[in-house]
Design a protein around this ligand. Structure first.
Ligand code: B12
Ligand code: SF4
Length: 506
């Protein structure tokens, strides 16, 4: 090659705990594999990723810095590193991709230190952008690109689905050049070597609180069951992977694909987890659910959101999801030895503070009914953090409340915005401290009463003791000041919350 056109692909730090395989930069790397030389830098794996990046840049061989950015912790390296590159190495072209970059593109582009954004799917756009920049050809023809032309912000046509079977397989051997690949396959409640895998893009629904809707606009497309099976089999044969977390937004959209995948994988003794909708899965036949059980499906993450029918409508949950179905489905899952993991979003806006509080109380009672129907149901509680889908009713009420996203990219680093993306500290004007405390305290009592099955390090004794200690509080709805439980959860159980750490890894 000879030219100084190598690419740095950077995955900023997300979590200090077990690092997941950096799928986003690996898939982007696959798209240029063989055409451009690249290095991978994983912020989760480096004590000092800035020095690593700087050393690469100092060689003079690199011309492109590609960075994946999801909201939340990744910003804490993505923003300052990118800024420094722009200041110290102004000739380097900076390209951001990922959910934050796509959803908050204006603030990113206005920062002055991001040159290009890949808007959504990057598999075709990224190589096309590099080719265009190398050959000085037209950028307007490239789909899924955001750039500046004479101070004007240009957003090109966006494709919202792609034939995943046509994509190159991941260059795992390239990742191995930088980090031992098996170190990404951690121990979880699913197995000893669990990996993440992403087998489809998008989702056919348009829930107005969901960050993937503006990007995929209700499209969903998955790789074929046959290709998916081959990919997982490869990971098993090559690296001894025994379990998989399918991190697709909605793995179970097609019953046909799920059935075929189950038939293919069932003799491989792989345990797996994925994300679904309750109404979609409730339509699956008993035969499919038992096929899933036999094929190693252990747990399914399901967006329950709320038991309040009015709110389900207001958030455009769509489909046929309703409160009684959620309870019935939790009970139905008992027959299949698959744990339903219900995720709730509390603290949606309402006309008056009394109504907001009443909705929170209603949801707390609803969660208790779900637990009664199937005590094994795992409960995840988020506090509503707006993702603005223009045109939705929710968008209008959020705007009317006075809520505003940061106006400058740097502001996302402020302490107050830190908890926002973790959906722990939403900064939404309609939620009072009393309401947030109620949600948090209920969560503490609930976690104590029913410790998560995902925390494999908890002993039976620990689970039983904390559950007994919280029994009266749980039964009598007395959630105030649960200091004794907080203390034990934190220092004795060293409890982990899947919603903060993001997934099921230890
Ligand atoms: C895996 C994952 C994680 C991992 C970390 C991943 C990592 N990078 O190390 C973990 C589990 C730690 C995690 C954490 C969080 N996550 Co997360 N995560 C995901 C998940 C499930 C998959 C991402 C992925 O790997 N996809 C596969 C790759 C191939 O797809 P991709 O990232 O979209 O990449 C393509 C394009 O976007 C583009 N692209 C992406 N990056 C780049 C970079 C360049 C240079 C280019 C050119 C192109 C490009 O090209 C790629 C190929 O087409 C997504 C949902 C999803 N299904 O995508 C949520 C998601 C991104 N996470 C989300 C959030 C909010 C979080 C959290 C911040 C909060 C939370 N409560 O979950 C936490 C942080 C917690 C903490 N304490 O750190 C949201 C973002 C929503 C939004 N508003 O934008 C998502 C969309 C989930 C959701 N539906 O709400 N997450
Ligand atoms: S069903 Fe789930 S992934 Fe799909 S739009 Fe709604 S919240 Fe997002």
């Amino acid at each position: 090659m000879g030219k100084a056109n190598k690419v740095i692909l950077f995955n900023p730090l997300v979590t200090k705990y077990k690092a997941r395989i950096p799928l986003s930069i690996l898939q982007v790397a696959a798209s240029i594999y063989g055409n451009y030389e690249f290095v991978l830098v994983d912020g989760n794996r480096e004590d000092d990723p800035w020095s690593k990046i700087k050393n690469y840049l100092n060689t003079g061989e690199f011309h492109y810095f590609g960075c994946t950015v999801m909201p939340g912790p990744q910003l804490r390296q993505a923003i300052p590193f990118t800024k420094r590159i722009k200041e110290e190495y102004p000739d380097i072209t900076i390209i951001w991709g990922g959910y934050f970059a796509s959803n908050q593109y204006k603030v990113c582009m206005e920062s002055g230190y991001v040159d290009y954004i890949i808007n959504g799917i990057g598999d075709l756009a990224f190589p096309a952008l590099l080719d265009a920049l190398e050959n000085s050809t037209d950028l307007f023809k490239i789909n899924n690109l955001i750039f500046r032309k004479n101070e004007e912000l240009i957003k090109t046509h966006k494709i919202t689905s792609i034939d995943m079977d046509s994509l190159k397989t991941f260059p795992y051997q390239e990742l191995e050049r930088f980090y031992p690949i098996t170190s990404y396959f951690g121990k979880t409640h699913l197995g000893l070597r669990t990996t993440l895998y992403h087998s489809s893009f998008g989702c056919p629904f348009t829930c107005s609180f969901c960050g993937i809707v503006p990007i995929f606009e209700a499209r969903w497309k998955g790789m074929s069951a046959e290709r998916l099976y081959r990919e997982i089999k490869y990971l098993k044969d090559e690296y001894g992977v025994d379990s998989v977390e399918f991190c697709d937004n909605n793995f179970f959209v097609s019953e046909k694909r799920v059935r075929r995948f189950c038939e293919l994988i069932q003799d491989e003794h792989i345990k797996w987890w994925g994300e679904a909708r309750i109404d979609t899965l409730d339509k699956f036949s008993d035969e499919t659910l038992s096929l899933m059980e036999n094929a190693g499906c252990k747990m399914i993450f399901l967006g329950a959101e709320t038991g309040n029918e009015e709110t389900l409508k207001a958030i455009d949950k769509g489909g046929t999801q309703n409160a009684s179905q959620m309870i019935r489905f939790a009970a139905r899952m008992k027959r299949f030895n698959i744990i339903p993991e219900y995720s709730f979003v509390l603290g949606f806006p309402a006309e008056t503070p009394q109504k907001v509080m009443a909705m929170i109380d209603e949801d707390i009672n609803f969660i208790k009914q779900v637990k009664e129907a199937n005590p094994d149901t795992e409960i995840i509680i988020y506090v509503y953090s707006p993702v603005l889908t223009e045109g939705s009713d929710l968008y209008e009420s959020v705007k009317a409340s006075g809520f505003q996203f940061p106006e400058k990219l740097d502001d996302w680093l402020d302490q107050e915005w830190k908890g926002f993306d973790l959906r722990k500290n939403p900064l939404t004007p309609w939620l009072t401290a009393k309401m947030i405390n109620k949600i948090r305290n209920f969560e503490v009592v609930l976690n104590a009463r029913y410790p998560t099955a995902q925390d494999v390090k908890l002993s039976k004794f620990q689970r039983k003791t904390i559950s007994l200690l919280s029994q009266i509080r749980y039964k009598t709805n007395f959630f105030n000041f649960p200091y004794e439980l907080k203390f034990l959860l934190r220092f004795w159980l060293r409890y982990r919350q899947p919603e903060i750490e993001g997934a099921t890894m230890l």
